[in-house]
Design a protein around this ligand. Sequence first.
Ligand code: UDP
Length: 484
Amino acid sequence: MNGDSGLHLVVVPLMAHGHLIPAIDMARLFAERGILVSVVTTPVNASRIRAVIRGIDESGLPIRFVELPFPCAQVGLPEGCEHVDVVPPHLFANFFRATALLRLPLESYLRDHHPRPSCIVADVWLPWTMEVARALRVPRLVCHWISSFAVLCYHNIRRQRVRESISDDSEPFVVPGLPDRIVTTRAQAPGFFDAFGWDDIYAQSVEAEETADGLVLNSFDDLEPSYIDKYREATGKKVWAIGPFCLGNRDRASKAVRGSQASVDGDGCMVWLDSMQPRSVVYVSFGSLTQTQPSQLAEIGEGLEESGSPFIWVIKDRERTPATETWLSGLEGRTKGRGLVITGWAPQALILSHPAIGGFVTHCGWNSALEGVSTGVPMITWPHFADQFLNEKLLVQVLKTAVPIGVEAPITYVFDKAVALVKREDVSKAVRSVMDGGEEGEGRRQRAQELGKKARKAVDEEGGSSQENLTRLLDYVSKLCQAK
Ligand code: UDP
């Protein structure tokens, strides 16, 4: 599995599904160009994605996985706490400290192994990778796993010190310097590390971006062209939109295990979808981190039932408590034949690409949003936290391919003991308007399908913008390597 291009890219993602999944997808795109890629991870994360690694090995793509022991004990984390979704909220800062302790082990691994890296392609949330690149005298690109729209909003809000001029978290303000008039609040656009008061990590991640040799976006030129341009202008850096990375999973097998081994039989799911009318099924999932409370789950279930649409609804293992079992089995009985509840990890990429899917209720995590865009489905947006409210604005106001469920205030995924914010009638109304919304709904669907076509063209077709941008990125890295 040696790459034949002479380049060796080292991809370093944060240990969270929303980062690791697109990083591996991106690695596939590099490897398909004959480039050797090393993806840095830890033992627990590697065991979670064993099926993905096996599939890549069998495909012969030149991708290798580097497993660095994660120093849990050194920072007071429980053993095995190597992934964001198992870190107790009060230990988040410790988790980030542990990631920073990977700096020296990574540096010595890269010194001791051949071939020498050509470039480090690092997660913006792992700013210590700056030091590794400096020590090894190799170029470094920074990856954002969020929309260019959100990246630009954060950039402009920070540069213009907007947060400091606002007295209340719910006070609306217009984001400065955008191509469209976008109104948000400090609560809806909280930034990342600064929202937790981790000023040092925040300052480092800003520095990591400012000193990078270039910036990589999981987006494509036709999706948010003026936002990508403005971001390039604002940073004065090379910026390449080379996504959607999810489209790097070209076959059914890689879609079926993407992110993790699914908890349902992918083939069974496909057979169920095959029995449904085209564009008739609504898919409901809130990503890998959010945790929905039992009272909210009940409202969602009843809203889906009331909507009359066939549905696939993903519920996390940890959300299924004795409190949910009685009404859930009642709901499953009443919607038998038209409702499928998946508990645990769903093969989302496989499901969304099935022609029976006609709508997607999403929390607007950028990967999910982009998966919805790539498969051309209109969406119902239900943001929870982080960049999700900004992604909602992109989908609803700029692209006009989604309807909002109507949530205004963020909830953090484990911090709040939230009551049901969204009622069953809100759910059924939003589902009806997306699934059979008359002329307006048809217009939305057509725009979504058009964007889906453009996404696939960008990645799959000769001369597609993401293919061209990837070529430019690789040429640039080759030149930088010659110059160093
Ligand atoms: N995902 C999946 N199956 C699940 C839950 C999530 O395949 O049951 C994938 C989803 O397709 C996406 C990623 O996990 O690629 C979640 O990332 P996103 O940015 O959407 O949200 P986050 O989990 O970071 O909030």
